[in-house]
Design a binder for this molecule. Structure first.
Ligand code: PBG
Length: 334
């Protein structure tokens, strides 16, 4: 017996709400706004430099004297916050990453420059050592092992230094155990009770970081991989355990990284903990989209907006994305 469609669906027709844009707008569940954007920027040593990155079409590295202009741009576009990374001069890198606690390092200088130029833009710094070690690892390397507790000591000092310089949120992307609580204590002891901490809670040992490693000059340095401290891409329950610890240790926000291949993790963390949950659309995701755009396989604005809206749908409150200024422009003009 052949039934009509109305007999099959009981008269329910999902397509009614999709007929017109006004109707689609009324039933739209998630919306991307400029408020959701965090812009990661790359610094380089020297003066008067803005150099394009080979592995990330459309992205540049800026010297400290030029970062103020970018910060002002963020402020004008309404981007809430900037996250800072840098390609540190090779001669300043060593086994222990000690430059991270040198009071005038490039991250400290950039923090001050951004605060000066655009006081309304939030600054998110990172305490990981990878920018400062000559082996490219995120922690101190001794006898082939990334030593946890000694690394945490350094992270705490870096956190205080960054907060002193004007960082608003100190993030920790190196996945050492106990670092969020230790950093919280160190900030409090230094009088920085109001400075927030962002935990890279579920940071995976991912291949999607490739272009970033060129951007910060760690691509040729890294010996081995980061699997003894970053999470296994195959794991999901473990992310809940990590989140539970980071939250108990006092983190103000949690993050999932990379982004798009890990939307299920964002969803699980947001659902389970209801914490401010960020996603990091990492360099490899950026470059893959751009490669597709350059080849004409996908439409630039459409796939970028779609990718970011999907983060919102999964439960992310904000997204670190290299597309931030482009997206802010589109959103502001629409
Ligand atoms: C390490 C760090 C990484 C990124 C930011 N900080 C990953 C790594 O090199 O292991 C990646 C960011 C990106 O790919 O966009 N602390």
């Amino acid at each position: 017996m052949k039934r009509t469609v109305d007999e099959i669906t009981g008269g329910r027709r999902m397509r009614r709400n999709r007929r017109f844009e006004w109707n689609r707008r009324l039933v739209r569940e998630n919306r991307l706004s400029t408020d959701d954007l965090i812009w990661p920027v790359f610094l380089c040593e020297g003066k008067g430099i803005s150099e394009p990155l080979g592995t990330m079409p459309g992205i540049e590295r800026h010297s400290v004297d030029k970062i103020g202009v970018q910060a002002k741009r963020a402020q004008e576009l309404g981007i809430p916050a900037i996250a800072i990374f840098a390609n540190v001069a090779m001669e300043k890198r060593n086994q222990t990453g000690s430059e991270v606690i040198s009071p005038d390092n490039i991250i400290i200088q950039a923090t001050k420059a951004i605060k000066d130029a655009a006081p309304d833009v939030g600054i998110i710094t990172d305490v990981a050592l990878d920018l400062f070690t000559d082996h490219g690892h995120d922690g101190i390397l001794r006898d082939g092992i990334i030593v946890n507790d000694e690394t945490v000591e350094t992270l705490c000092k870096a956190a205080v230094l960054q907060a002193d310089a004007g960082a608003d949120i100190v993030s920790a992307s190196e996945m050492m155990d106990g670092r969020m609580g230790a950093i919280r204590d160190a900030l409090n002891d230094a009088g920085h009770v109001d400075i927030g901490t962002l935990a890279y809670t579920a940071k995976y040992a991912s291949g999607y970081y490739g272009p970033y490693r060129e951007a910060v000059g760690t691509d040729g340095l890294l010996k081995g991989d980061k699997r003894t401290y970053f999470m296994d891409p195959a794991n999901s329950d473990e992310a809940l355990y990590e989140a539970q610890l980071d939250i108990a240790e006092g983190s103000d926000m949690i993050m999932v990284k990379p982004g798009m291949p890990y939307l299920d993790i964002i969803y699980r963390l947001k659902t389970e903990f209801g914490m401010p949950t960020f996603a990091y659309q990492v360099s490899g995701e950026y470059s893959m989209i751009m490669a597709g755009v350059e080849k004409g396989f996908v439409e630039e604005q459409r796939v970028i907006m779609e990718s970011l809206t999907c983060f919102k749908r999964a439960g992310a409150d904000a997204v670190l994305t290299y597309f931030a200024p482009r997206v802010a422009e589109w959103l502001n003009n629409s």
